[in-house]
Unconditional design. Structure first.
Lengths: 457, 195
């Protein structure tokens, strides 16, 4: 089944009030990000340096991964490699089974979402508890996250209130965020204390030291990984950074870009297991090396998953995470998803106005808007564009290649459109005009005005 | 071929060619005239509090005055008299779940973001930092840097080090309608004491 972004976005936007609220909530985060970015004169230099570190790392990725592995093993960390989602899930399940694990606490990891680890483990009888508050909320509701940093941003507090009423037996009708957060704290503390193992994602894996860094505000990854004897951290191959001091660049950028905070509450550097415990790192490819081979899209592997491109995107803010139909929504998802399956996700590169705001806020300078522009061409070349749109574009190309005819068509339009009846002008064939008004038509074309001004005959 | 070899081989074949060397991290960073004041205001902005005290005895008194309801108090800072539970006596970090207040050692503070670097080589249970209801971090006076660039020049992980972290304020979340709630899963209060 293919996903059509504009159809799903239509559904989301049909509740105008909710759509406007979603838009505003994310814009609020974007404004906080701007305040933080502007507080540092060196912001652009940080972005430049981050870009250079990441791009250098990608061009030596195998070497840094091997260095990381060597140093991690020397610290007693076990390192596993998974070609794809299936192998990743099997490695995790084997590890959990070997320790007789019945329940795990898990912190946010877009990689495990991508691999659909939770349903896999549940099918095999292991209880999985997502511990990030937003993730727990959507897990209880059996929904996927709708944002990579703010998983429950699509929900209002009343929705959370009714969800907690059902699962955590909170007071009926109480949707006070502090009350609900405290209830979740109590509920999840029991899970933290009762878990047999923990899983975390990885924000940064340091080749030089063989350790991994996880950033959270809630302390859920940290509490989870410090109680049980088994900690499994899963990372994509692109999470590597060469040196410990590179973190000085990335920790300054990440939280400021993500939520407009100066840094996350906890920036934990894991370089070994708890006393008497085991720490494992699973390194996953799952299609990433394929992206590495394509010069046009390679920079998407620089992404540090801050979500700034989602918060700034006028399309994401007004269409919601679910309209993308992929684990990672927004501009970064719109370039990553079609790499996985161009046919299925053909519509995502078009969920974009090419305003370039995403490219401008990205802390590691992923050329997002350029990639979406190129991806559109891939979609057309592969023949996945809808025939209506494809034919319209072909006709426009044909017309624009014939200047005389183009001038005539323009002249006709300027004469005819203002006098055409509305019913005809906005008929079902005018897809563009479905939610838009045509501008008032000028008397003369740009070409005529230009010539007149310059005195050209 | 193992998955490890297959992945590394795929990367070798795919990786882009680049002559650009790994850049030096040499960023002219923002500095602050009054480091203590900047740290205190940034920490306050993320829900924490900074205080300056003269001695360990002053910390004891401060705790008696400000944490009246704390019954289980543990500390990795030696020489405090308010502690009620011996931390390293337990083999199981789960037994720390009733801790009301933990007092731990911070190496230095970072003015730009209100964070404190904590790496206690002798601490047995890192869970303490997160499981305690309230957290106090004791930092030597004057141990404060402007930015994370300066911070990372002071950080290293020797063979024996297994864990270290920056803590900036109490735990928090804004996952319900973007409303900031202090006290998610980690500490609900965080106080940084300079002595």
């Amino acid at each position: 089944m293919s996903h059509n972004h504009s159809e799903l976005a239509d559904k989301f936007a049909s509740n105008v009030e909710r759509m406007k609220w979603h838009d505003k909530a994310l814009w609020f985060v974007r404004v906080k990000r701007d305040t933080q970015a502007k507080s540092l004169d060196e912001w652009e230099e940080l972005r430049n340096t981050a870009d250079k570190i990441k791009s250098h790392t990608l061009s030596h990725l195998d070497e840094y991964l091997e260095q990381f592995e060597k140093n991690a093993i020397a610290r007693g960390i076990r390192v596993h490699w998974a070609k794809d989602a299936k192998e990743h899930n099997e490695i995790v399940l084997d590890l959990l089974r070997s320790k007789g694990v019945k329940m795990i606490v898990k912190s946010k990891s877009m990689l495990t979402e991508e691999c659909h680890l939770n349903p896999y483990l549940e099918e095999h009888g292991i209880e999985v508890v997502d511990t990030d508050l937003g993730e727990r909320i959507v897990q209880l509701r059996k929904e996927p996250p709708s944002h990579i940093v703010l998983p429950a941003i699509h929900l209002k507090k009343e929705d959370v209130g009714t969800t907690f009423e059902k699962f955590l037996h909170t007071q009926k009708g109480n949707s006070d965020p502090t009350y609900l957060t405290r209830a979740a704290r109590a509920h999840l503390r029991e899970k933290f204390v009762g878990a047999d193992a923990s899983m975390t994602g990885v924000n940064f894996a340091i080749a030089e030291t063989g350790g991994v860094v996880v950033c959270t505000n809630e302390g859920n990854a940290d509490l989870g990984a410090s109680l049980p004897k088994l900690h499994i951290a899963c990372m994509g191959i692109e999470k590597i950074i060469p040196r410990l001091k590179d973190l000085s660049v990335f920790t300054r950028l990440l939280a400021r870009s993500a939520t407009g905070q100066p840094v996350t509450t906890y920036t934990s550097h894991y370089h070994g297991a708890v006393e008497g415990g085991e720490m494992h790192v699973v390194i996953v490819d799952n299609g990433r090396s394929k992206i590495l081979a394509d010069k046009r899209y390679v920079k998407s592997l620089q992404c540090i998953r801050c979500g700034a491109c989602l918060n700034t995107c006028p399309v994401y803010r007004r269409s919601g995470g679910y309209s993308y139909g992929y684990t990672i929504p927004g501009p970064i998802g719109s370039t990553l998803a079609p790499n996985r399956d161009l046919k299925k996700y053909y519509s995502l590169p078009f969920a974009c106005s090419l305003c370039f705001s995403c490219s401008n806020v990205c802390p590691v300078k992923v050329d997002l808007a350029d990639q979406l522009y190129l991806k559109r061409q891939d979609v057309v070349d592969a023949g996945y564009l809808s025939p209506v749109k494809h034919n319209a574009l072909k006709m426009a190309t044909w017309l624009m290649c014939r200047p005389k005819l183009m001038d005539f068509a323009g002249w006709m339009a300027r004469k005819m459109v203002p006098i055409l009846p509305r019913a005809l002008l906005y008929s079902k064939f005018n897809l563009w005009g479905k939610a838009r008004e045509l501008p008032p038509f000028p008397k003369n074309s740009f070409k005529e005005l230009y010539k007149a001004k310059k005195g050209i005959k | 071929m193992s998955s490890r070899e297959a992945i590394l081989k795929a990367i070798k074949e795919a990786k882009p060619y680049s002559e650009s060397a790994l850049p030096e991290v040499n960023i002219l960073h923002t500095t602050y005239e009054d480091l203590d004041a900047k740290f205190a205001s940034t920490l306050a902005g993320v829900g924490g509090i900074a205080v300056h005290l003269d001695s360990l005895t002053a910390i004891d008194s401060y705790i008696k005055e400000h944490y009246k309801e704390a019954t289980v108090i543990v500390s990795t800072v030696e020489g405090l008299h308010v502690t009620t539970k011996e931390l390293n006596a337990t083999d199981d970090p789960h037994t720390l779940k009733d801790v009301d207040l933990a007092i731990i050692k911070g190496e230095f503070a970072v003015a730009e973001n209100g964070a404190v670097w904590v790496k206690e080589a002798d601490a047995r249970h890192r869970a303490l930092y997160f499981i305690t209801q309230k957290l106090m971090i004791v930092v030597p006076k004057g141990e404060i840097v402007h930015s994370m660039h300066e911070a990372y020049t002071r950080i290293n992980f020797s063979e024996k080090d297994v864990f270290g972290l920056f803590i900036s304020g109490p735990s928090k979340t804004a996952d319900i309608e973007q409303s900031l709630v202090i006290g998610a899963h980690g500490a609900t209060e965080a106080c940084v004491v300079f002595i």
